[in-house]
Design a protein around this ligand. Sequence first.
Ligand SMILES: [Fe+2]
Length: 204
Amino acid sequence: MIPTIQQAEAWLQEGKKMTPGLWDDHCRYVGQAARAIAERVSGMDPDKAQVLGMLHDIGRRFSGKGNLHIIDGYHFMMEQGCPEVARICLTHSFPYQDVNYCFGPWDVLPERDGEEEKERVSQLLKEITYDEYDRLIQLCDALATGEGFCLLEKRWIDLIMRYGPNEYMIPRWKATYEIKDSFEKKMGISIYELLPGVKENTFA
Ligand SMILES: [Fe+2]
């Protein structure tokens, strides 16, 4: 089942009370971008795209920390009876489909074994064959901060500043460029022409 936009919004608002931050606004921007792209790609469902974007980081409601949001979001959405959203909670962080190709720490809460959680994500990720919606949210996640849309490269620099560089960056970036090129070809327009405020958010 795909939840409604209203339900997704209710979960975001509830989640923000549990774990404050800008993450819920980031989710709304990802949802907006996903909708704008899906509206221009034949066969895609804009409502579904928006909801998947809005809920991709819903796991942040539980701790907001590191990569645990990936598995927390997955479990939360499975419990709600929404496996299609649950898979997005998993896949959004892996444009390159390998659990190691992800920024951010796994060991963030003393009461949880980060290695075990990572292994669980790894197993689940291997069972998935990416579809257009997985790709769409991976791209949109890289295009939005909590303040709006921006250049992919700006987001990437932010991540490196936060977590430091690693050997997984370049394959991950290449995978994201491939997704961008593929959607731009289907739309016949640059993502930067499509999304409002890129210039302001990137260079402000
Ligand atoms: Fe995100």
